[in-house]
Design a protein around this ligand. Sequence first.
Ligand code: HEM
Length: 534
Amino acid sequence: NDGRNGNKNSKEKQLDAFKVDDKGKKLTTNQGLKVSEDEFSLKAGDRGPTLMEDFHFREKLTHFDHERIPERVVHARGFAVHGEFQLYENMSKYTRAKFLQDTSVKTPVFVRFSTVNGSRGSADTVRDARGFATKFYTEEGNYDLVGNNIPVFFIQDAIKFPDVVHAFKPEPDNDIPQASTAHDTFWDFVANNQESAHMIMWIMSDRAIPRSFRMMEGFGVHTFRFVNEQGKAHFVKFHWKPMLGTHSFVWDEAHELAGIDPDFHRNDLWNAIENGHYPEFELGVQILNEEDEFKLGIDILDATKLWPEEDIPVQIIGKMTLNRNVDNFHAETEQAAFHLGNVVPGIDFTNDPLLQGRLFSYLDTQLIRLGGPNFHEIPINRPVVPFHNNQREGYHRQTINVGKVNYHRNSLAGNTPAPASEEEGGYVSYQEKVEGRKIRARSKSFTDHFSQATLFWNSMSPTEKKHIINAFSFELGKVKSMSVRQQIVDMYANVSLDLARAFSKKIGAAPPKTGGSNVTKASPALSQENTIFT
Ligand code: HEM
């Protein structure tokens, strides 16, 4: 039971106001003029040329000619559904976010699952990370948790994002291969940017071929901050845990399905919801005291590292139920704009340089993808609470702001910022102390690229290890450059000699040269007194 009982939540009611059902209606032009004919253009004579004056023809064709919008520069292929989130326990000890306080409130959500590298028309079951982006329509405005199904990332600094994406997308000379990890530039990037070692272990594992969107974990990846009413902050990592458990395909199944049913994951999610089998995910948090920032043996600002769950358990705090398919793919799924910068009071950022760069990139890309600065007015992106500010005009403005005051400060309209008090709820950034010299370099604390990759490998069962070896062998087997193949063998000797030896044989490379000379020590486990929960 999704608990909706026919009741519409605030987002559903808002979207309803924009819905139009054309069934049984007489056709009109966009100006509301009834048309008498829709199959033949207006011609001069029986067999004569089409006339310029045919406004109906021109309107219909022009609209068609302009139907496409750019696909997302990454995560182009996605599928989204509506749902609700409900909290299990009050989190006010850690955060003042209102939707994380009251266990009786059901917050509407919109969730878009996606692949990363494939184009809009690519297959669902390819080897790739999956996006898991959630928009919470809270009473304090939209909060977006824009995550992936893998807890770490390829790079540490956002300035490298264009490089990693260029290398992973189809090669620019011939646009081959589609959505694949099996080509020279992918592995050349990996070998020359070795901070990717850990993420690539996940990508070569069964996690990168999930059985269903309903059976994937989700991770916020970065370290964020919770800030409570008293202004006290804790570091936090976000997790989604699927109630159906985490399941993957074996590689052969994924391959076959990409041919038999390239929409496999879409069909699976759509049908589950149509049949009332509502996917559920529990929201979990790992929480770290600010004083313990340096006690994990890793830098918590480095997105290539996770916080071991045995050291910092995931505390389950609520559940999301996905219970409604969209009415219109373009209007909702394609036009949805997720952005890490959409936060509510009580949730804040850290200095993770990947996170900081993302804060720029999402809004920037959406300005072009969705045609200008008013895309927050598109129904799927509107908050369920009203928005008021002095921003005006721009392409496709829909709000008719009345009155002559469009500036701050003023005495004529009296529209002012809200204080940060509990009642008023104005957002205040966490007052972290920041100082330092300007520097463009990798922090020393970001240089351990292999220890968690090794832990990942060591935690795998023999079957999972076999799958990983087969994945490296298959993907690298498609790489034309023998030098790149060898570089990867030598690189992965730092993760596991067994692994590197096993796939080196299958790809015609020499056994690893280094003997793991670069092996770095595993992160020290947290000692008991450092563990977190108070
Ligand atoms: C989508 C940039 C890292 C998850 C996107 C988009 C851009 C982008 C430009 C397209 C957005 C749109 O057109 O609406 C970046 C940059 C990154 C980065 C610059 C690093 C520097 C990450 C990471 C994650 C992630 C670490 C996961 C934690 C997603 C998801 C989407 C997305 C889930 C799809 C959102 C949707 O469903 O519409 N990213 N990204 N990205 N990104 Fe990132």
